[in-house]
Design a protein around this ligand. Sequence first.
Ligand SMILES: [Zn+2]
Ligand SMILES: [Zn+2]
Length: 348
Amino acid sequence: MSEKMNVVAIVDERKAEVREVTRPKPLKNQVLIKIDGCALCTFEQRMFTRVAKVPLPFVGGHEFTGTIVELGEGVKAEEYPLGQRVAARLLNSCGHCYGCRHDEQNVCDHSSDVDMSQMDIMGMGGLAEYINADLSQVYFLNNDLPVEKACFAEPLACVLNSIEKGQIEIGDDVVVIGGGIMGQLHVMSAKLQGARVIMSEPDAARREIAKQLGADVCIDPTACDAVETVKELTGGNGAAAVFNTTAVSAVAQQAIGMVAKMGRVIMYSSQHPDKPIEVSPNWLHNSEAVITGAVSPSVRSFRRSCDALSKGIIDPTLLVSGSWDCHDAQAAFEAAIDPATFRCIVRF
Ligand SMILES: [Zn+2]
Ligand SMILES: [Zn+2]
């Protein structure tokens, strides 16, 4: 194998290109993964548009899949066979912080720490031909799973962590606010938990996709009072779980208005800008509702996600907007930031 490899780097505002860097070697208890595809998440899109400012050049990429091609010292070939299709939960778990000691590694204080010792360009490094991963970060996928579907291991894992916090029971009403990719994955997952799913989304095309993925009722929050409509649809009670997948604080406020007594509101999306909302302590006192958040994939939810994709329990095909060769990464990024697309995948 050559000592060099291609990566896709963001090099300027709205400019991405292939750069050649040193190919990493797997260290002790690591495997080297040959990446086949990496999706462009909102995180990478914010880097591309410079809404989020990081030093450039920057190699993003955390929603990838590939196959094991080389084993580091101490890794047994019977346990990590060459050619095995994998995804990786790239987040660091320090093992000693408050979150880690509660076995909730997704809130680890050091989750974003990246070992840059073998990287020429800053970043998580999934937009590359090769990446090293610790054994604890590697999850197996079915070898027959198409690359486009396998790229959903990480985003679906984020959603399944959120779904877990919703504590959905069969027969519950669930509201998913926002019909972007994360909202749509919530729709599919909540349906599997036995809920009646109400999707609130202003865009008609996205409402149509939600319908195809199992949403029972779709409402247009620009054409009705979304809170009142949810109340009407639920016999005046509100929903047992409300998932806000949008970055708009006014919508976060609506989410709280939609929840039933003892229900859960999950703030799934990060907020940009992060504008505070109002909550009545007395309402919380009387309703026993819970307002919480969901961040990153947990160790548990990553495993569930890989199982659900591998077994065909969740099929994200409708959410794939296209694949581009890494040399066309500029076009892939431009497509990804178009609000009309879902996931755009860069192939290596
Ligand atoms: Zn992501
Ligand atoms: Zn930690």
